[in-house]
Design a protein around this ligand. Structure first.
Ligand code: BG6
Length: 521
């Protein structure tokens, strides 16, 4: 047992959670989960293999999971506990962030169980219930269990009902039950409301944790530190100084084996409805009274409620679909030729939209959100672009090359913050050109950033809700996106763009119309 675990178990023997942001003494202590298990449905899927299982190992390796921990996989394969443990080990060896060590793996593997069954098989859920009881008895998980739905939303109702029927869904005296839901949270407002209805029939609102993995990223949380722990950004973070904001999430990968999920969903539903609107809400919100879930969510919700769509959607939105091209030195096919994609598909792989936030702070400041697959490179950033100085006391030639000042939060992959401003070019003449001043996580801190899923799984096990979007936020986000989707549905084929470029010409025209241009990240 390491020191971190001992500290937390002393401070918190029942695994109940005390908000560390409210107690200064706790601020820098590692937060360690109390006795519990994590049950994963859809454990052989992509997400579990690549993210969830490695994250569980990383948490265990960092001493953030308790001795009384259990990991249960539920799936169709006819596996024994040992066979499942071998599968977990393989995923961990391939993908874990922290080095693989036999001394971590030994105790973790002893806590691994597998329950074989289909979602419609009541007996399988009764076996799950027995397994959970066995962990409570033999591993000391004390009746605390989290259920991770890493399954398509159409399976939620059935799995939820089965959990309720076998008595696993409800928290009992001194023990908790929680459910973790992965996006997509519906495909429009109506379906999201239906999904929320189904889930709320079974689980109490405080036990539902909706994952938006962007909120688990270190750099996204750093946005709160940047804005609210410093004095120099907040005074200029408003319509007096900001010209516009660009939020970009670019991927170089194509649809990469996820055709079944992606086709018919598209870039805006996949990414703008959740990740980008959350980034926008954090960028635009007022200072919360505290970082408790309630206060933070109240501020994000206000922003989402204040969003105004452009009147002319044709002029202020853009869609594209990747065509064949080059990704680095690799020749890649177009979206319509990808395996599993309908050759007549009108699904967009690139989406850009302009939104306005109708508050005093942001009046007249557009927020441009864009995302796409098969773009020039993988990069996510939030660029707050400032107005030009009201007066430049130089010859015009001196500032010809000067752009707008900007604060750029580099969410990934090169995590950090860039300040962009003008500086004099060395020499006898006065010439001002843009330069960058960089803060980089890699060179400023020795600690490596945890993966988003490490943070979020730990938060669920701690019952710590600030980083999980609420039903209201999900619904407001669909209210923003639905009219755009309805408009696009009448527009036929999205404009093609060559793989490896920065998206369709339509997107450039959209910004040019406003007298602006996209940043080249
Ligand atoms: C997911 C989307 O939510 O985020 C994917 O469904 C996308 O389409 C992924 O590829 C990107 O995540 P990250 O953390 O690699 O930026």
């Amino acid at each position: 047992m390491n020191i971190a675990t001992n500290i937390a178990n002393l401070a918190n023997p029942e695994g109940g959670w005390v908000n560390p942001l409210r107690d200064p003494r706790d601020m820098r202590l590692p937060r360690v989960a109390g006795p519990c298990s994590l049950v994963i449905f859809g454990v052989t899927g992509d997400l579990a293999r690549k993210k969830l299982l490695p994250a569980v190992y990383d948490l265990y390796n960092r001493g953030l999971l308790p001795a009384g921990f259990g990991l249960i996989g539920f799936g169709r394969r006819p596996w024994s506990n040992e066979e499942f443990a071998n599968f977990v080990r393989k995923c961990v060896e391939e993908r874990s962030r922290t080095p693989f060590s036999e001394s971590t793996w030994g105790p973790l593997s002893a806590s691994i169980r597998f329950v074989q069954g289909e979602f419609d098989d009541a007996e399988a859920f009764s076996r799950l219930s027995d397994t959970v009881s066995e962990l409570d008895r033999d591993r000391g998980t004390r009746g605390n269990h989290a259920f991770y739905m890493s399954v398509p939303p159409r399976a939620f109702p059935l799995v939820s009902k089965q959990l309720a029927a076998c008595g696993l869904a409800h928290s009992t005296e001194g023990a908790w039950r929680r459910v973790i839901i992965e996006k997509p949270f519906g495909h429009d407002l109506a379906s999201a409301q239906e999904l929320n209805r189904v889930v709320s029939e079974v689980f109490a609102p405080e036990s539902v944790f909706r994952i938006d993995h962007y909120l688990g990223k270190e750099t996204v949380q750093n946005l709160l530190a940047l804005r609210f722990a410093n004095t120099m950004f907040e005074p200029v973070w408003n319509a007096n100084y900001v010209d516009h904001v660009q939020i970009t999430m670019a991927e170089d990968l194509g649809v990469a084996g996820r055709a079944g999920y992606y086709d018919g969903i598209g870039a805006a539903r996949d990414v703008i409805q959740n990740h980008l609107l959350q980034l926008m809400a954090l960028t635009a919100m007022e200072e919360p009274v505290s970082f408790s879930a309630q206060d933070l969510i109240a501020e994000k919700t206000k922003v989402l409620s204040a969003v105004r769509l452009p009147k002319d959607l044709a002029a202020h939105t853009a869609r594209g679909q990747y065509a064949a091209g080059w990704q680095g030195s690799e020749k890649v096919v177009g979206y319509l030729d990808e395996a599993g994609i309908d050759p007549k598909s009108t699904t967009e792989t690139y989406a850009a939209i302009r939104l306005d936030v109708d508050t005093r702070r942001w009046a007249g400041v557009p927020f441009y959100l864009r995302t796409g697959k098969r773009l020039g490179k993988r990069v996510t950033e939030i660029a707050v672009v400032f107005k030009r100085a009201p007066h430049l006391p130089f010859e015009t030639t001196a500032t010809r090359e000067l752009g707008n000042n900007a604060v750029v939060i580099r969410v990934q992959p090169d995590e950090g913050v860039t300040l962009r401003f003008g500086a004099k070019v060395p020499g006898t003449a006065m010439e001002v050109r843009d330069v960058n001043m960089d803060f980089s996580y890699g060179s400023s801190f020795t600690e490596a950033s945890p993966e988003a899923y490490e943070r979020l799984i730990l938060d669920v096990l701690l019952g710590d809700p600030p980083l999980f979007p609420t039903t209201r936020e999900v619904e407001l986000s669909w209210e923003i996106l639905d009219p755009i989707e309805e408009f696009w549905a009448t527009q036929g084929q999205p404009q093609p763009y060559r793989s490896g470029t920065w998206g369709p010409a339509e997107a450039d025209e959209m910004l040019n119309r406003d007298g602006r241009h996209w940043r080249m990240p």
